[in-house]
Design a protein around this ligand. Structure first.
Ligand SMILES: *Cc1c(COP(=O)(O)O)cnc(C)c1O
Length: 426
């Protein structure tokens, strides 16, 4: 389909026939009925496709996943219970005990914990690289047992912009795919698959839902990575799965279907972190206005960043689309229509001054959340990232004075007036 992204936001994924509901209906059921055990057996063997249990597939979730796959330009997608689950399953689908992965160091705190600690306990080692590292340093991070490269399109909360093309080229030179968490830009503002990424993940909890209503995630496969060409490295995709009567995913489901079918048939079956149909319905409501909201979030973020840049009580401000920002060049390349509504800044006077300003804000409210229609604000070093050492914080680009402001879709003038009174007040 050659429709534009806004149209896909509204109508993608669910294309009803005559007499079907016009809106995506909520299939609020766990199970489906079949006439014979044999018919059901064929579904279990992946011989026929059809629904039988909502943990593995549900029409509401499938319609919403299909919309997101269309938005990203991918071949298949799977919804998950959260963004954490999406990144966990995306990595686990390729790497197991004894394997190694490479990740940008500038990533979300929860994902850092997952890669640095929890996956390590499961036998998967991660080497973190500075997103601005030299080509030699990036090269040196790879090992013979490396299975994938991971990064965030715009890192939460450091707001670094991943050089997707460079990381994709390095990954492919080592015969492994690049996974990009595209939560902050959303496919409205950046489509990593077009720049060489192979798999895209999201915390749909953020802009995709956009209203702070549901926690969720999604994995999208671009269908471009040739698993068979690197069969030795990815036996999970290219050798028989004994837990599924010897199915070989890459053979049976092809390059476009293997990754998501394996993630669903094996990992979702065993780990069970599925999204509920009710939450998928709410997520879809958010997706229907994603293109409108992202334009406003990005414009508000830039307007607020410009105001903060010129304010005497602000020590520094970062927004990828702010001229002069360290990330501006990469943002102009990868995010030409705007980046996101998130702005980070430091208040002159450090940690305590920052906390005082935050307490005086009225429209922007303190919340462990980001990328919501309502403006919210957070002090990462005191909350989401408090388990990290000072060195780890520095590597992730987060200072103790960093305030993360997530501009909603209110009027920019009101957000600026709120900041103005909070910065002025004693
Ligand atoms: C929030 C977030 C996550 C985790 O998502 P949850 O839905 O909270 O589990 C992962 N990656 C990024 C970039 C995020 O912002």
């Amino acid at each position: 389909m050659s429709e534009t992204i806004g149209t896909t936001c509204v109508q993608g994924g669910w294309r009803p026939g005559d007499g079907d509901p016009r809106q995506v209906p909520i299939y609020q059921n766990t199970t489906w009925k079949y006439g014979t055990s044999e018919a059901m057996g064929r579904l279990f063997d992946l011989e026929d496709s059809g629904y039988f249990y909502t943990r593995l597939a549900n029409p509401t979730c499938d319609a919403v996943a299909a919309k997101i796959a269309e938005l990203e330009g991918g071949t298949a997608a799977m919804l998950t219970s959260s963004g954490q689950a999406a990144n966990f399953l995306a990595v686990l689908n390729l790497a197991g005990a004894g394997d190694h992965i490479v990740s940008s160091a500038s990533i979300y705190g929860g994902t850092y914990n997952l890669l640095a600690h929890t996956l390590r306990r499961m036998g998967v080692e991660c080497t973190f690289v500075d997103p601005d590292c030299t080509d030699e340093d990036l090269e040196a991070a790879f090992r013979p047992n490396t299975k994938l490269v991971f990064g965030e399109a715009i890192a939460n909360p450091a707001l670094t912009v991943l050089d997707i093309e460079r990381f994709a080229v390095a990954a492919h030179a080592h015969g492994v795919p690049l996974i990009v968490d595209n939560t902050f830009p959303t496919p409205v503002l950046c489509r990593p698959l077009e720049w060489g990424a192979d798999i895209v993940t999201h915390s749909t909890t953020k802009y995709m839902d956009g209203h702070g209503a549901t926690v969720g995630g999604v994995i999208v496969d671009g269908g471009c990575f040739d698993w068979q060409a690197h069969a030795d490295r990815f036996p999970g995709l290219t050798e028989p799965d004994e837990s599924y009567h010897g199915v070989v995913y890459a053979e049976r489901f092809g390059q476009g279907g293997a990754f998501i079918t394996k993630a669903t048939a094996q990992l979702m079956r065993d780990l069970g972190c599925c999204q509920s149909p009710q939450n998928a319905f709410l997520l879809n409501m958010g997706l229907e206005s994603l293109h409108l909201r992202m334009a406003r979030h990005a414009a508000n973020g830039l307007a607020v960043a410009e105001f903060l840049r010129d304010h005497p009580r602000v020590a520094w401000v970062r927004h990828p689309s702010l001229p002069g920002d360290a990330e501006y060049g990469r943002a102009a390349k990868y995010l030409p229509d705007g980046s996101c509504g998130v702005v980070s800044f430091g208040v002159a006077g450090g940690r305590e001054a920052a906390e005082a300003v935050m307490a005086r804000l009225r429209l922007a409210q303190i919340a462990t959340h980001v990328a919501d229609a309502r403006t919210c604000v957070l002090h990462p070093a005191a909350s989401t990232h408090r388990q990290m050492t000072d060195e780890e914080l520095a590597a992730a680009g987060i200072g103790p004075d960093l305030v993360r402001l997530s501009c909603g879709i209110e009027d920019a003038a009101d957000l600026i007036a709120d900041l103005d009174q909070a910065l002025a007040g004693e």
